[in-house]
Design a protein around this ligand. Structure first.
Ligand code: C2E
Ligand code: MG
Ligand code: MG
Ligand code: MG
Length: 277
């Protein structure tokens, strides 16, 4: 019976593992050079302030693969990181976001901020800071209107190095946001050691604030910590007006989520900002 049970469990499990591995390998293979073939594009999700005014947009990477169809960033960013492709891919994303948003800011005459997600792998390149600062200067977007989003889990991998490089960006006037705060094994020392301008509270807390007293109290505490240290606080994944009312009541500064808008194309964003935002 034991042997049969073992055999059965192996049989049930293995195909799933193999499928997962196969998928990762396909993504790795087809992703190589995707940015050069024009398969990578960006969606933008608006971020608003408490008065409902447009404060910024977050650039979110999308991949339209001829072989695999649309692949979500949760699937391909990790593969890009582990297969050494994040450098060129990240550089492409930065170039595209800067050019699209600079054009749009100029045409609509609105002074909103651009946020870009940065992988820790991009910090491995010694020329990263210099190159990015040069690109921002060239693009004409004010330093203070660019925000780099980093996640705590990844920063921990190489805290000292990332700390130094973020310090250089911060000194240049570029904003730094800590993404997905509270999602992983958050450490307060991250807040203490990084030159952060903003904390983004992870969606998982926002999901529960209406029904769960503990989640609500934690959100209140995160906002207090942020404000006590001179940081702005943004709530991610706001989907209902109820959540928004609670968050406003807690003194949260900025909001982002489907309640306001899903991530949209640069063209749709232009229509969105041309409304009375
Ligand atoms: P993130 O930076 O935390 O981005 C927020 C994610 O939550 C986005 O998913 C967004 O579409 C989704 N979202 C926003 N509001 C809501 C909401 O109200 N409800 C729900 N259900 N979801 C919401 P997306 O675009 O699939 O991106 C997933 C993650 O992939 C990002 O999380 C980020 O970690 C990573 N990523 C995306 N683009 C890039 C990139 O250009 N570079 C790097 N390094 N990572 C990226
Ligand atoms: Mg982000
Ligand atoms: Mg996030
Ligand atoms: Mg996230």
């Amino acid at each position: 019976y034991e042997a049969k049970k073992k055999r059965n469990s192996v049989c049930l499990f293995q195909p799933h593992l193999e499928m997962h591995y196969l998928r990762q390998m396909q993504i790795e293979q087809f992703l190589r050079g995707a940015e050069k073939r024009g398969e990578i594009y960006l969606s933008y999700q608006p971020q608003v302030d408490a008065a409902g005014n447009l404060f910024g947009v977050e650039a979110l990477a999308r991949w339209q693969s001829p072989e695999l169809g649309i692949v979500a960033p949760d699937q391909f960013i990790g593969v890009a990181e582990s297969s050494g492709q994040m450098g060129p891919l990240g550089a492409y994303i930065i170039d595209l976001a800067l050019s699209e948003i600079c054009g749009l800011r100029h045409r609509c005459g609105l002074d909103f901020r651009l946020s870009i997600n940065i992988s820790v792998r991009q910090f491995a390149d010694d020329t990263f800071v210099r190159n990015l600062i040069f690109k921002v200067q060239e693009s004409g977007i004010p330093f203070g209107r660019l925000c780099l989003e980093v996640t705590e889990n990844l920063v921990i991998e190489d805290l000292q190095r990332v700390q130094g490089m973020l310090g250089e960006f911060h000194d240049a006037g570029i904003k730094i946001a800590l993404d997905d705060f509270g999602k992983g094994y958050s450490s307060l020392s991250i807040l203490r050691h990084l030159p952060l301008d903003e904390i983004k509270i992870d969606k998982s807390f926002i999901d529960d604030i209406v029904t769960d007293e503990t989640a609500l109290k934690m959100v209140q505490n995160i906002i207090a910590i942020g404000h006590n240290h001179g940081m702005a606080v943004l709530a991610e994944g706001v989907e209902t007006s109820e959540q928004l009312q609670i968050l406003k009541h807690c003194g949260c500064d900025y909001f982002q989520g489907y309640y306001f808008s899903k991530p949209i194309s640069a063209t749709s964003l232009e229509a969105f900002v041309s409304q009375d935002h």
